[in-house]
Structures are given as C-alpha cells and as structure tokens.
Design a protein around this ligand. Structure first.
Ligand code: CAO
Length: 452
C-alpha cells in the first residue's frame, strides 16, 4: 500500500529534510517515516499502517505536498511477521509517537520549529548525568524560541531523558538531528566520567560527587497558607547551570570603585547633543568599550579553560545580563572591539529589547568571551556575580553614587561606580584580577586612555 502525505493545510512543495526508514524496515502505525521542513515549521509524516517498508519513494531535498507517496508498505497482515524490529530503526517508537494521526504544520511567530501535535510532556530537566550543557547551549534554548528539532528527534531525546532544548543543533539552520542528541549524551557521559574518575576540573567533585545532606523536606503549609507555582522555563534551565558554575568554579570576587564623574558628564552632554537621533548612549556602552580595552591588555580574562589548556580568544564578544519578564537572559554583543560607543549603545539596546520580547535567537546568545552584569540602573553597592562558564570572568556593575574623595588637600564629591569582578582562580589569580580591575577603573576615570 502507498503511504501518502496527509492533509498539511496550505503547505505545498515542502522539502524532505530527514528520512527515517529504509526498505526492509518494519514500522508501526504512527511511526514517523520522513521529516519535512518549510521555512516556517517542521513536521514528521507518520505511517498510517503497520508493515514492512518495500520502497522509499522520496529522497532528501525532494519537495512534496499532500498526496505525494512517501513509501510503499507491505501491510502487516499480508507481510511475513518480522523476526524483530530492526535494530537500526530510528529513534521514534510507537510509544513515543504522538497520538494524532494527521500531521500538522504550524508556523510560529519566530519562524522556529513548532510541532503542535499532542506530545508527551517533555521532561524539564535531564538526569544529572546528562545535564551538563554549556551556558551558550542552555541559553540558546531560550529567547522565546523552541528548540529546532523534528518530532521524532524530540521523541528520541525523550527516550534518553535528554531535554532537547539543551542540545546544540548542527543541521541546516541549527536544526537538532538524532546524531546531535547522541553526541550530546556521549559528551555528557564523558564529562561526568572525567570529573569523577580524575577529579576533573573541580577537586570538590571527586569520586562520586558532592557529599551533601539531602535537601530539607518541609511541609510549609503547616506554618501558614502557601501557593505553589512552577518555575519559569528559563529558571528551570538556567538553575542547574548556575549551580554547576557555582560549585565547579573556584571564583573570587574583587571589588573596585571607578570615578566616572567626567565620563557621566560626557555621556549626558552626548545625549543632549543627540537628543533628536533617538539613540541614548548608556553607561553600559562605555563600560563595554573600556572592558574590551582591559581584556586586550589582560587576555587571560578573555580565555577559557579546556582541560589542561587555556584557550585565548582573538575576538571580543561581550555578553550582558538582561532582566526580562521571563527571567535572566544573556544576549551577546559580537565584535565589540570593532564598534564605537554609540553603536554599542544602539546594539545593546536592540538586544535587550529583543530579550524582553522573547525574540532572541540562539545566535544572539552564543560566543561570549566575557560577561557584564549591570544592576546599576536598579541599585546595589556590590555583589558577587557567578562566572558564566566556559568564560573565566564576569564583571558586576552596581549603582553609581557621589562619594567624598580626598584629592590631597580636601574631600571632593566624585561620582563613583562600584565594580565587582568574579574570576576563576584556576586561571586568574588575585593580583591579575586586581590589575584588570584597577586598569578598568583607570580607563573609566579617563576615557581617552581607551584609545591608547
Ligand atoms: N549607576 C547608576 N545609574 C545607572 C547605572 C549605574 N551603574 N547604570 C544605569 N543607570 C541608570 C541609567 O542611566 C538609566 O537612567 P536614566 O533613565 O535616568 O538615563 C537607568 O539607570 C536605566 O538604565 P537601563 O537599565 O535602561 O540601561 P542600562 O544600559 O544601564 O542597562 C540592561 C541595560 C539590559 C543591562 C539593564 O536594563 C538590565 O536588564 N539590568 C539588569 C541585569 C541583571 O538582571 N543582572 C543580574 C544578573 S545576575 O542575576
């Protein structure tokens, strides 16, 4: 019997991006046969019957529409019963296959993948052994977009207990393939066994992990009325990453005050002059520019630790924490060294807006070499930001205030901004971190030095 593309709404000539079966494979009803992807959505075409695949009628890249024949199937009742399901059969199983028989494509506002067939609830967190994504991978899963994976790959990931949102995709347009899920699991297992067998990167994780007391179980309702709300998706994903970074990175925070009296006067002056342009030059933009100059002078802070090697990056992509209604996001300003303060102000403002609207794409959140977390617009006198692995340092910026500063003869009022640099002590020792901070403060105190 011919298995055809079912009703897929208005979609026509949709390219085949993945083929899950080959002649001789046994398939159950509902087993995905191929995956299709338009520029707006992706979907699997399931088999409408059980049986053995006699012939696959499509090739990768073929464009097909409703009614196109996908495979020719020898239906189960007429086919000789297979000895066993082929081991090489792709991930999807009848158990993982969605209940609905009709494939449905749904465009999403972001143009990302959206499988709207009923599916099992995806686990929100993977088992500890495989919850070791990089922050970039983790954040790539955010931004209001869905992970870019076909339903069958999602089903495969579910089977392995992997949160597909954490898997970096290597397929076209960052699509997550089955091989990506497998590589993710392999990588996580290797990381874990490295950490436990050799002490890995953290002496606090030797032989069997942290030896901690169990989490306290308290019946809060015993003490008063309570309300239970699920964590936001961003918090569910970022929590384990923050916990890992907190536990595995021996970070120390170094505090420094920078005199920004003159810089703030310049900023106010520029904004007055450019009122009509609509671009507001922010203190964050000046700080990014100064940070890049300091990173160039102290390249250890623009590096990553890779086993027993240190990777120095000859690019300067600066992540900055943005507070959004859904939680903390870290968009990345690319090639900050090649941009002027006004352009940095414009681009950070655009990225922060996208973050708040949940429109950041994975590319907007990847590749940071150093991160800045500025809470100065809200308050704070100092804080200890958590290093955003695999980066080795992060700068916290608190609220500027007028402070009396002794000029040798008298106290003079100076606008002072507190800087808090958390740095990975495995790479950056205290003297280096303090030199970086002092130099950064010097640059902010006399911004002309940034050009030197
Ligand atoms: N000291 C005093 N005032 C400051 C300041 C500082 N260090 N930094 C900014 N401000 C002022 C600005 O000048 C602005 O004032 P006006 O409106 O009068 O000009 C006001 O605070 C608001 O600034 P902003 O927040 O719009 O702009 P920004 O460039 O300073 O910051 C962004 C952008 C995205 C960093 C910020 O909006 C944000 O989200 N901050 C929170 C980051 C965060 O949550 N960090 C914690 C991460 S770890 O949990």
């Amino acid at each position: 019997m011919d298995i055809k593309v079912p009703d897929i709404g208005d979609f026509k000539d949709v390219p085949v991006i993945e083929i899950f079966v080959k002649p001789g494979d046994f398939v159950e009803a509902e087993t995905p046969l191929v995956s299709l992807e338009s520029d707006k959505a992706t979907m699997d075409v399931p088999s409408s019957a059980a049986g053995v695949v006699k012939e696959v009628k499509v090739k990768l890249g073929d464009r097909i529409s409703e009614g196109s024949i996908v495979v020719v199937l020898e239906a189960a009742q007429t086919a000789a019963a297979p000895a066993a399901k082929p081991a090489a059969a792709p991930a999807p199983t009848a158990a993982a296959a969605p209940a609905a028989t009709q494939a449905v494509m749904a465009p999403t506002p972001t143009g990302e993948v959206c499988d709207i067939r009923p599916t099992e609830a995806e686990p929100t967190s993977a088992p500890a052994a495989i919850s070791m994504p990089t922050p970039a991978e983790m954040l790539a899963a955010e931004g209001g977009t869905k992970a870019h994976a076909s339903p069958s790959v999602r089903a495969f990931a579910r089977e392995l207990g992997v949160d597909v949102a954490r898997v970096p995709g290597t397929g076209p347009k960052g699509r997550i393939t089955q091989a990506d899920v497998q590589a993710f699991v392999k990588g996580a297992m290797a990381t874990l066994s490295g950490a436990t067998a050799t002490g890995g990167v953290s002496p606090r994780l030797t032989s069997g992990g942290l030896d901690l007391l169990p989490w306290p179980q308290v019946d809060f309702a015993k003490f008063g009325p309570i309300e239970v709300k699920p964590l936001s998706r961003i918090k569910k994903i970022s929590g384990p990453n923050l916990a890992r970074n907190w536990v595995m990175i021996p970070a120390v925070t170094y505090h420094e005050d920078a005199d920004i009296t003159d810089l703030e006067a310049l900023r106010v002056q520029l904004n007055k002059e450019n009122e009509k342009s609509g671009i507001k030059v922010t203190m964050l933009a000046f700080i990014i520019k100064a940070v890049v100059a300091a990173l160039k002078k102290y390249p250890d802070l623009n590096s990553s630790l890779d086993g027993e090697n240190q990777v120095f990056k000859n690019y300067w992509h600066i992540g900055f924490a943005a507070d959004t209604p859904n939680g903390l996001m870290v968009p990345v300003l690319k090639n900050a060294d090649q941009k002027g303060v006004v352009q940095i102000a414009q681009e950070t403002s655009d990225l922060a807006k996208k973050a708040r609207e949940g429109k950041l794409g994975p590319a907007d959140m990847q590749g940071a070499t150093f991160t800045i977390s500025s809470v100065g617009g809200i308050g704070s006198t100092s804080f200890s930001p958590i290093v955003n692995a695999p980066e080795v340092a992060i700068l916290g910026v608190s609220k500027s205030s007028m402070k009396p500063v002794w000029d040798g003869k008298q106290f003079v009022p100076r606008l002072t901004v507190p800087l808090s640099l958390s740095a990975d002590h495995r790479v950056i020792d205290g003297a280096l971190a303090t030199r970086f901070n002092a130099y950064l403060a010097q640059l902010l105190g006399d911004f002309r030095r940034v050009m030197l």
